[in-house]
Design a binder for this molecule. Structure first.
Ligand SMILES: [Fe+2]
Length: 257
């Protein structure tokens, strides 16, 4: 499991040159045992970045959430700010990759990233699996979450205080990714509590305030391993967050630890 990352302000972190020309990274969390990691990545044609010229696959799940820019894996669907995609391990993709402008995205991989080109991919631009029996969490591409079907979440008084959009989810374990919009004035009904599964969050817009005084503004990142105690959260002016969870989210009062 990755170590606890209480709060990182990614705006204040420097870019580190990656292993490809024109690729820069900010490593946000990393599991030294498995190589699983989340990084903020910047690919920049002005610094010589060239999109991969052929289809490829990885031996690990790859998940991308775009913060800004414009690029494509298939020459048809262009990914822009807040676009999302999930490629399970051994999914061939990137048939017609192209980069229109400097782009930033959050990249999550479930193990150390490898890169395998496919010399003769199938005659398609749609991702396909090399596995005989692909896992239950399939490819997900959400180019424009704004247009998707968000779910309203009400408080006890029946007022809508939050909206949620699941981007990709394992149908059995609940592990997955979502966008959560906390409406202005939202207050968590839970005091000091923890979850039985990991919770990773990146604030895209607005801010969340914790009862212990921590403020998570736009660009702030956290990774909470299972059973990490957190204090009550609220959002005075609202917030939009990209959240990844290790399974269905439970809320256990911290007193039970
Ligand atoms: Fe890839």
């Amino acid at each position: 499991m990755r170590p606890h990352v209480a709060r990182l302000d990614t705006n204040a972190m420097p870019w580190t040159p990656g292993d490809m020309t024109g690729l820069f990274s900010k490593i946000l969390s990393h599991d030294p045992k498995t190589g699983a990691r989340t990084a903020l990545q910047r690919i920049d044609p002005n610094f010589g970045y060239k999109a991969p010229s052929a289809a490829h696959f990885h031996h690990m799940d790859e998940e991308i959430f775009v913060l800004k820019g414009r690029f494509t894996f298939d020459g048809e669907v262009w990914l822009t700010a807040h676009s999302y995609c999930f490629h399970p391990s051994e999914t061939v993709h990137g048939f017609k990759s192209a980069l229109a402008e400097e782009s930033w995205f959050l990249s999550r991989v479930s193990q150390e990233l490898d890169f395998n080109f496919v010399e003769k991919p199938r005659e398609t631009t749609k991702p396909y699996s090399l596995k005989d029996a692909p896992g239950p969490r399939g490819v997900s591409v959400v180019p424009d979450p704004q247009k998707a079907n968000w779910q309203d979440v009400q408080n006890k008084a029946g007022k809508v205080v939050m909206q949620r959009l699941v981007l990709s989810q394992h149908p059995q374990t609940g592990e997955g990714s979502m966008l959560v919009r906390f409406l202005p004035g939202w207050e968590s009904p839970y005091g000091n509590h923890f979850h039985s599964v990991y919770e990773e969050a990146f604030v895209l817009d607005g801010a969340l305030e914790a009862a212990d005084g921590t403020v998570y503004g736009a660009g702030c990142y956290s990774f909470k391993p299972p059973r990490t105690v957190q204090s009550r959260l609220q959002s005075e002016r609202g917030a939009l967050c990209y959240i990844n969870v290790g399974g269905l989210l439970d809320f256990v009062p911290a007193a039970k630890l």
